[in-house]
Design a protein around this ligand. Structure first.
Ligand code: NDP
Length: 303
């Protein structure tokens, strides 16, 4: 069907966000006397986590934020991580806190995330913010789902010249399927689609007839972590396909949960991997930090 689908360039959209957020940071600095601050906690020496954290800090600085970090050894005790969180919770110059996941060893993120102040929860994973999402009452939204929604808005609008001009699409009458039901991605992205009036189906490892269910959807979000699980026949002709998955193949290549070339034969718009949702996740961390700063200080700045 769609021979030339709209490739949803997450890198380009993230770059547009960076410019927008730089301007917002300058506004904050003018009103507050300092830029928004991001506090990063990295535990251990997982190479992927180190790369992610370095990229997040670099992007934050490029967007005009200031950053601080606590880098703890892999053998760090629970109370040492707690101390790092408490330090950032108390610091006036820190507005958003990132606790890089996964945590090594026996450290339990389910016990540590709730220790982050909800109004500094830049990742949007605190149970309080999850509750606000569930009740549709605002709060800080998790980064990957939020970035996925902006890519969907770009697909619906047919482009994005500026963040201010990008409308939040009304999805009334559209069917969406979310494959994956994690707290980090699947569940919240489904809630955000529902908020926009889509008719949402959640699918997971126990869902029968998954290809058929997917092929009914106008919007397909894949958040599974299985290389190229979603094939051509799973995609409704003309659907919008948002691929959150990041998988490394045996030959070291990064691929998504969707067989991209096959997806291009069916979809009207599709995200690539890499270069789709990934860069937007980082941009949303910065966005959320700026939002935390603006909200906590009651600044009259629209994010
Ligand atoms: P999880 O492992 O927490 O969740 C995976 C989900 O996929 C589960 O709900 C699971 O079902 C479901 N699932 C697994 N196998 C199948 C299958 N064969 N058919 C249908 N459903 C299946 O992963 P995350 O949500 O944390 O991450 C998902 C992917 O997104 C990963 O590749 C991850 O690397 C990537 N990711 C990308 C980000 C980005 O910035 N681009 C950010 C975060 C994650 P069940 O619940 O039944 O077990």
């Amino acid at each position: 069907m769609a021979t030339n689908p709209y490739i949803l360039d997450g890198k380009a959209l993230a770059a547009t966000f960076h410019g927008y957020l730089r301007a917002k940071s300058n506004e904050v600095a003018a009103k507050l006397g300092r830029p928004p601050g991001l506090g990063v906690i990295l535990v251990g020496d997982n190479p992927a986590s180190r790369t992610y954290v370095a990229n997040k800090e670099k992007t934050a600085i490029a967007c005009g934020l200031h950053t601080a970090d606590h880098k703890l050894a892999a053998a760090a005790r629970f109370d040492e991580v707690q101390e790092a969180i408490n330090d950032f919770n108390a610091r006036e110059d820190i507005d958003g806190i990132l606790l890089q996941l996964p945590l090594p060893g026996s450290l339990d993120s389910k016990k540590l995330i709730p220790m982050i102040r909800p109004d500094k929860d830049a990742d949007g994973l605190h149970p309080f913010n999850q509750g606000l999402l569930m009740s549709g009452s605002g709060g800080i939204k998790p980064c990957t789902p939020l970035g996925t929604m902006y890519l969907l808005d770009m697909a619906m609008a047919g482009g994005c010249a500026s963040i201010e001009q990008l409308p939040a699409a009304d999805l009334s009458g559209l069917r969406a399927i979310v494959v994956g039901r994690s707290i980090l991605v699947g569940k919240p992205v489904g809630m955000l689609l529902l908020e926009r009036n889509a008719t949402v189906t959640y699918a997971h490892s126990k869902t029968p007839e998954l290809p058929q269910r997917c092929a009914e959807a106008d919007i397909l979000v894949a958040a599974v972590g299985r290389a190229e699980l979603v094939r051509k026949e799973w995609i409704k002709p003309g659907a919008i396909v948002l691929d959150v998955g990041i998988n490394r193949t045996a030959d070291g290549k990064l691929v998504g949960d969707v067989a991209f070339a096959e997806g291009c034969e069916r979809a009207r718009a599709i995200t690539p991997v890499p270069g789709g949702v990934g860069p937007m996740t980082v941009a949303m961390l910065i966005r959320n930090t700026v939002q935390c700063c603006v909200d906590r200080h009651g600044l009259a700045i629209r994010i």
